[in-house]
Write a protein that binds this ligand. Structure first.
Ligand code: SF4
Ligand code: SF4
Length: 370
């Protein structure tokens, strides 16, 4: 079986302004690209949407214009939510190729297949499109990124299994037996259909890196490895997994992740058992399991900064800091408080973690009093 490698997810790149996703810090990003390549890694993952549509352009400058095309691999994703008819596939893919300054993708995925977006992809004939894109040499491999439950994936594989080479799925030890994310079941289905697996959210958007002291101690008692190292190794140890993407934001994080994959050690059955126990303990302390992907942000009619609100709620539940209240009030004044939610439900359709966002915002509003 192929050894899983580390992929550089260009979705949480360093920024010069924390409040402006398009302000990618090109100096730091270029240093990270160079370090990554020097260490023998070469897989990059981006999308039309990341960093307010500037991630591809940043990769062009830091990677494409500085390295020979054959020395790296790039995966990109068609923004399914923008597809109105079949002509849009070509239009969007041409824009994606141009933004990156390349002639072909190593991997081309239909982005964020879920209940709401599968019909859009089907109406636009996107599965036929990616098949043709591969035949025409626009992509070496094609597939989907997936954010839904097992039944929908089975439906997609039944219909389009012959087209799909790769599935990018959420897989981490926290979600392995989770009822909503269903990492284990989804992984099993990919193996059954012989689909190559790429992993996103192996450290659950950083959530797993900030756990309680009690949990940290149990990890330390078990081994010297960091929690992030365990999370990456858990993902990389699963059958059919070829790439584990990490949305790295700084060089230090990158150095640690590269170390894990340079001398990759698979987890043992005993490690697996330990990690399942830790997942249960961590879940007790995290009130809302948001992965901070920010997908829900752009379509909220009330302009509520949903992931920030959930982050503050979790932090307040865990640590009771006065600064949480200050931060909440600032966010509520600049954007809108959690109580402004109109329960329109748009975000629920989009949420990659299938959270009941309006109900959770009520809890947030209650905790912070507005
Ligand atoms: S349900 Fe509430 S939080 Fe979600 S999009 Fe509508 S107003 Fe925004
Ligand atoms: S609420 Fe859902 S869509 Fe929004 S950031 Fe969290 S996980 Fe992502």
């Amino acid at each position: 079986m192929t050894q899983a490698t580390l992929g550089f997810g260009a979705m949480r790149l360093p920024q010069t302004d924390d409040n402006d996703p398009s302000s990618i810090d090109m100096e730091e990003f270029t240093r990270m690209v160079d370090y990554f390549m020097e260490q023998g890694f070469n897989y990059f993952d981006t999308s039309y949407a990341y960093h307010e549509e500037t991630s591809e352009g940043a990769l062009k400058k830091a990677l494409v214009e500085r390295y020979p095309r054959k020395s790296y691999q790039i995966a990109n994703k068609i923004p399914t939510w923008l597809l109105k008819d079949s002509k849009d596939n070509d239009k969007l893919v041409d824009i994606m190729l141009e933004r990156l300054g390349i002639e072909y993708f190593d991997v081309l995925l239909i982005h964020n297949i879920n209940k709401a977006l599968l019909p859009k992809a089907e109406n636009a004939n996107s599965f036929e499109y990616i098949k043709r894109a591969k035949e025409e040499g626009k992509a070496l491999k094609v597939g989907i990124s997936f954010h839904e439950k097992e039944e929908l994936l089975e439906e997609v594989f039944e219909k389009y299994g012959d087209v799909i080479d790769v599935a990018l799925i959420q897989l981490n030890f926290m979600d392995w037996t989770d009822q909503r994310i269903q990492s284990k079941k989804i992984h099993k289905l990919c193996v059954k259909y012989g689909v190559e697996i790429q992993v996103m959210e192996p450290i659950k958007g950083g959530t797993l890196a900030s756990v309680s002291e009690n949990v940290k101690k149990q990890f330390m008692d078990y081994s010297d490895n960091s929690i992030a190292d365990w999370a990456l190794r858990f993902a990389g140890s699963q059958e059919n997994v070829t790439v584990v993407l990490s949305g790295m934001s700084n060089l230090q994080q990158m150095k640690e992740n590269c170390e894990t994959f340079k001398d990759f050690e698979k987890i043992t059955a005993q490690d697996h058992k330990f990690l399942m126990k830790m997942a249960r303990e961590i879940k007790k302390t995290f009130a809302i399991e948001c992965s901070f992907c920010n997908y829900c942000l752009k379509d909220c009619e009330m302009n509520i900064p949903i992931p920030d609100m959930f982050n503050l709620y979790n932090s307040e539940k865990l640590y009771h800091l006065p600064s949480n209240v200050d931060l909440y009030n600032t966010a509520a004044n600049v954007y809108a408080p959690a109580s402004a939610c109109s329960e329109c439900g748009t975000c629920v359709e989009i949420c990659t973690q299938q959270l009941d966002i309006p109900a959770l915002l009520k809890d947030v509003a209650e905790l912070f009093g507005r």
